[in-house]
Design a protein around this ligand. Structure first.
Ligand code: 4AZ
Length: 246
């Protein structure tokens, strides 16, 4: 996150760290992407996060990734579902969404606490200019390999036509994507934040409106972050999870 602030414990309780097995024995798993807890057994993340990866775990309730915290819950990933129309080209990533099913018993995987809670799915679109929040352990202005503390920042939803102007992203955007941030630059998501949440308030509750997907570098003028447009995928999410969302 560029232009972010440290998140206090429990500040983003649906934030997940998606991790893969590494060869380093001191730290058997390493963070590759963010994720979002949407029900006890399901994590929403980006499709590009899990290309060719098998051995994964998810950490919930974490603030610092460099040591174990009493608030954290570690869960194994039992199943990975990448969107059937996920597609990566040199200029954009389309339908960049995936679901991770966590291991558990009788439909109980993550346990709800002050530090671990689900985010709601959105109900339709929000207006341009809505203030939303992004978070993650990705790169910052000064931390090239990511931040060990969870950071967050406020960003604005950017009009799709504006974001499709030639000086911004041109014609590569489609309706599986949305832009958020500031055209003047500075505040943005970055590498390592991918798959993590962009949440906004809708009808008085925080909803998962976007998932960090791609962008032309980070924090650059006229190059805002591009997010998977979650309102377009609510039916897909419901059909794959067969969960009952309130
Ligand atoms: C990346 O490389 C990436 N500024 C993620 C988000 C953004 C740029 C790059 C958005 O994963």
């Amino acid at each position: 996150i560029f232009g972010g602030l440290k998140v206090p414990p429990g500040g983003v309780p649906w934030q997940a760290s998606v991790q893969v097995r590494s060869k380093n024995s001191n730290q058997p798993f390493r963070h590759i992407c963010g994720g979002v807890l949407i029900s006890s057994c399901w994590i929403l993340t980006a499709g590009h996060c899990i290309e060719g990866i098998r051995d994964m775990q998810v950490v919930l309730g974490a603030q610092a990734l460099d040591y174990d915290e009493p608030t954290q819950q570690i869960l194994r990933v039992e199943d990975i579902i990448v969107h059937e129309n996920f597609r990566e080209t040199p200029s954009a990533v389309y339908n960049d969404i995936a679901l991770l099913r966590l291991s558990g018993n009788n439909g109980v995987c993550a346990t709800e606490t002050q530090f671990v809670k689900t985010a709601c799915l959105p109900n339709g679109e929000l207006p341009d200019g809505t203030e939303c929040q992004i978070s993650g352990w990705g790169m910052t202005e000064t931390a090239q390999f990511g931040s060990s503390n969870l950071l967050r920042a406020d960003v604005l939803l950017i009009n799709q036509e504006k974001c499709s102007e030639p000086i911004v992203y041109g014609s590569v955007l489609d309706n599986s994507m949305l832009c958020a941030g500031y055209l003047q630059g500075g505040v943005d998501s970055c590498q390592g934040d991918s798959g993590g949440p962009l949440t906004c308030v809708q009808n008085g509750s925080k909803v998962i409106y976007g998932v960090v997907s791609w962008g032309d570098e980070c924090g650059k003028k006229n190059k805002p972050g591009v997010y998977t447009r979650i309102p377009q995928f609510v039916d897909w999410i419901k059909s794959k999870t067969r969960a009952v969302f309130p």
